[in-house]
Design a protein around this ligand. Structure first.
Ligand code: SF4
Length: 395
């Protein structure tokens, strides 16, 4: 898979902070909203337009936008009219690249409708990301995820008939889930021929209702044993269907990787709009308040200087595709050597291959399975080097 790092082009992320109800496991910033809350939607669009004007000065060096992502929450609450308004406002500030990837993330309660899907196409949305999670309703119920059977039954066929480029999000490792349940789910989804699959293991995040319920013993922990088995088997299984694993949890058919999400892992700039959204202009990171009311009243200008050496392990290291040495050099300049030494060490320990001739490093499955531990090892090495530097200067 050939990927080019494009640090001179910009991506834009728009966070829509509402859902019908809160899934217990959800760690994203989202609030419950009534299906017909038109005033709130109009207010959201107006504030996004104002925020764009406010943030533009930090991003005016980027003349072209190559990805736009409407996420959330449930961004499919936004009508084609709302999306059109936001997209035209973006074009008042930036030029869109010819093949700009424009994704709308949403849920079955909206995306089952062919009429809605066609209206999205009319306003140039060219990629759909569906939060499907599982077709087995008992797991959705356990996790308080909103669903209507009739929408779940229609959504996959309607999306596949309307869009070429679309993703399906799946979750595995629900309490009491069996291996067969997951394979049945996956086979069902594959029969609709998505071009991209994001497969996440159910996680128990602090500050979620799921965490609270597990503590109170009213719900069980995720099925970690099952997660381990699926995590090991999934890449080979999906390869048979033409899916290439390009990130720990993301698989795509040739050329259908998510260019927008790749930008986070490739350390490329992006402008984030909406409550809780982050931005990165290549030097500084900005974060909006995780609070609808605060965001309505004020946009925060708080920024922190980015530290690429500390951020590279949680971005680039997550990639399963070859990690190009040139990307490291462009980002880290003189500190790149430290990362190259780490790659050599990883190769010696049998976690990946460092191909000097082609100038890239690639993890193997053993490395990917231990990624969290290996990232920690990187930070420990970095700490010791920084400490020894301080000792040298003070002695
Ligand atoms: S629908 Fe998505 S964003 Fe909304 S609560 Fe559920 S997981 Fe969170």
């Amino acid at each position: 898979m050939f990927v080019k790092r494009e640090s001179t082009k910009l991506g834009i992320y728009i966070h829509f902070p509402f859902c019908i109800q809160k899934c217990y496991y959800c760690d994203f910033y989202s609030l419950p909203i009534n299906q017909n809350a038109n005033d709130v939607l109009d207010l959201f669009v107006k504030r996004i337009q104002e925020e764009l004007k406010f943030r533009y000065k930090e991003f005016q060096n980027f003349s072209e936008v190559n990805t736009i992502y409407f996420g959330g929450g449930t961004a499919s609450f936004l009508s084609a009219k709302h999306l059109k308004k936001i997209l035209s406002e973006i074009q008042n500030y930036f030029k869109l690249c010819k093949n700009c990837e424009i994704t709308l993330e949403g849920n079955p309660e909206h995306l089952y409708s062919t009429e809605y899907l066609l209206s999205l196409k009319e306003v140039h949305i060219n990629r759909i990301s569906l939060g499907f999670q599982t077709s087995q309703f008992k797991f959705l119920e356990t996790m308080n995820r909103y669903y209507q059977r009739k929408h779940y039954e229609k959504v996959l066929s309607n999306i596949s008939q309307t869009f070429e480029n679309w993703n399906i999000d799946l979750i595995y490792g629900f309490p009491d889930q069996k291996l067969q349940d997951f394979w049945d789910d996956l086979r069902y989804c594959l029969s609709f021929q998505p071009k991209h699959i994001s497969c996440y293991s159910l996680t128990l995040e602090r500050n979620t209702l799921y965490f609270k319920k597990v503590k109170e013993k009213s719900l069980k922990e995720p099925n970690y044993k099952l997660q381990e088995i699926i995590f090991q088997k999934l890449p080979n299984y999906l390869k048979k269907f033409g899916f290439y694993p390009y990130e720990v949890s993301n698989y795509s058919q040739k050329k259908f990787y998510c260019r927008h999400n790749l930008r986070y892992w490739l350390y490329e700039p992006y402008l984030g709009l909406g409550p809780s959204a982050h931005s990165f202009n290549g030097m500084y990171r900005f974060q909006n308040p995780k609070n609808w009311q605060k965001w309505i009243q004020n946009f925060s200008n708080h920024s922190t200087k980015s530290d690429p050496l500390k951020e590279i392990p949680i971005t680039l290291f997550r990639l399963k595709i070859p990690i190009n040495h040139q990307w490291i050099r462009e980002t880290l300049k003189e500190s790149s050597e430290f990362v190259f030494e780490f790659f050599l060490k990883m190769e010696k320990k049998g976690f990946g291959k460092n191909i000097q001739k082609n100038n890239y490093f690639i993890w193997n499955q053993k490395g990917i399975s231990m990624l969290d531990t290996l990232i920690l090892e990187f930070y420990n090495d970095l700490d010791s080097i920084l400490k020894s530097k301080i000792n040298k200067t003070s002695s």
